[in-house]
Ligand binder design. Structure first.
Ligand code: BDR
Ligand code: CA
Length: 314
C-alpha cells in the first residue's frame, strides 16, 4: 500500500490524477493540498473538494496552501487550457463535498501527516512547487519521512507555456529550484516530454466514458482542454500529464528513469522557468557534483495508457 499526499491545482489533468489515486486499491490517499496554478487558489481548492466528493472521499483531509509564487508575481493562469473555472466551465456540475477544509494550511497539514505517519510517505506535487518548497524550507526534519517526491514538471526539450518552460516550473521557478536542486529528498521528475508521449486518443476517452457514471463525468469535463490539445497535438486527444506522475507513484518503475542533475533557470529573460537536465555520460561526478535526481525519460507508452484506463475505471 502506497501512502500518498497529492499537492495539486485542479485543472483537468489534476482531476484525472486525483481520481486515479482515489480509485486505486494500492493507494492510501492520506491528504490533498492545494496551490494556485491553473486557476486561482480559491478555485483549485473548491475543485479539489468537488473531485474528492465525486469519488465519495469525505474522509481525505484537504488544506489550501500558497496563493502566489514565492518571489515574483504569477504572470498568468491557464484558464485558456483548463477553462476559467479550471474544469471547462463544468466545475459546478460536480457534487459538493460535505467535509470542508481542515483548520490548518497546506504546509501544516503536510507536517502533521508526515510526522504522524508510521511509514514514509510519497508526495506527488502536480502544480507549482510553492507549497513543497515552503514545507522543506521551514520543516527540514520531515525530509526523513518522505519516501519520494514524484513531481510532474519541467520539459527537457522545451516547454508548453513558453518555448523554454513548462507551466508548473514556470509558475514558480524559485520554488522549483529549491526542490529540484537544493533538497536532499529522493525525487523522480516526470517532465512533459514523457507525459506528452503518453497522450490518449479518442478511443481511449470513449472507453473511459463508457465505463460508468464516474468515467462519463470525467470525460464531460474535458471540453476546453481537448480544444487546446486539438490545436497543439494537431489531432483529437489530450495529455493527462498529472495522472502519469500519479501512475508512477502508484507503480514505481512504470516509467524508465535516468539519474542526472537538473537546474532551473531563475533569470527574468526568455528562458525563465526552463529545466536544464544534464544527461552527459562524462559529466563531473563525486562530492562537488550537483545533486542528481531520477528523470523519467521513457516508458512502454501503451502500458502506461492501459494502466491509466484500468485505474480510472477500476
Ligand atoms: C502541467 O501544467 C498544468 O496546466 C497541468 O495541470 C500540469 O500539471 C503541465 O504542464
Ligand atoms: Ca496540475
Amino acid at each position: 500500500m502506497t501512502r500518498l499526499i497529492i499537492d495539486t491545482d485542479p485543472g483537468i489533468d489534476d482531476t484525472f490524477a486525483l481520481v486515479l489515486a482515489c480509485a486505486s486499491p494500492e493507494v492510501d490517499l492520506i491528504g490533498v493540498t492545494t496551490v494556485f496554478g491553473n486557476v486561482g487558489l480559491d478555485r483549485t481548492t473548491r475543485n479539489a473538494l468537488r473531485v474528492l466528493a465525486l469519488c465519495g472521499r469525505e474522509d481525505v483531509p484537504v488544506a489550501a496552501g500558497a496563493d502566489r509564487p514565492l518571489v515574483h508575481p504569477h504572470a498568468h493562469r491557464a484558464g485558456a487550457v483548463h477553462g476559467e473555472d479550471g474544469l471547462s466551465g463544468m466545475a459546478d456540475t460536480l457534487p459538493e463535498r460535505q467535509t470542508g477544509l481542515v483548520g490548518t494550511d497546506a504546509v501544516a497539514l503536510m507536517v502533521r501527516l508526515l510526522d504522524s505517519s508510521p511509514e514514509p510517505v510519497t508526495i506527488v506535487p502536480i502544480g507549482p512547487l510553492t507549497n513543497v518548497a515552503l514545507l522543506l524550507a521551514a520543516h527540514p526534519s520531515v525530509r526523513s519521512k518522505i519516501e519520494r517526491l514524484v513531481i510532474m514538471g519541467g520539459g527537457l526539450a522545451g516547454g508548453n507555456v513558453t518555448a523554454a518552460a513548462e507551466f508548473n516550473v514556470w509558475s514558480d521557478p524559485e520554488a522549483a529550484r529549491r526542490v529540484l536542486v537544493e533538497e536532499p529528498v529522493p525525487t523522480t521528475l516526470v517532465p512533459m516530454d514523457i507525459t506528452t508521449r503518453c497522450a490518449v486518443d479518442l478511443s481511449w476517452l470513449d472507453r473511459l466514458a463508457a465505463s460508468g457514471p464516474r468515467g462519463a463525468t470525467l470525460v464531460r469535463l474535458t471540453g476546453t482542454y481537448r480544444k487546446h490539445y486539438q490545436r497543439t497535438l494537431g489531432h483529437e486527444g489530450m495529455v493527462i500529464h498529472d495522472a502519469v506522475a500519479v501512475a508512477e507513484a502508484i507503480r514505481p518503475g512504470l516509467l524508465r528513469t535516468s539519474r542526472m542533475p537538473v537546474e532551473v533557470e531563475c533569470g527574468m529573460g526568455p528562458a525563465r522557468g526552463a529545466t536544464i537536465a544534464d544527461p552527459r555520460e562524462h559529466r563531473v561526478r563525486g562530492e562537488d557534483a550537483p545533486r542528481e535526481i531520477d528523470v523519467a525519460v521513457d516508458a512502454d507508452l501503451d502500458e502506461v495508457r492501459t494502466f491509466l484506463l484500468s485505474g480510472l475505471t477500476g
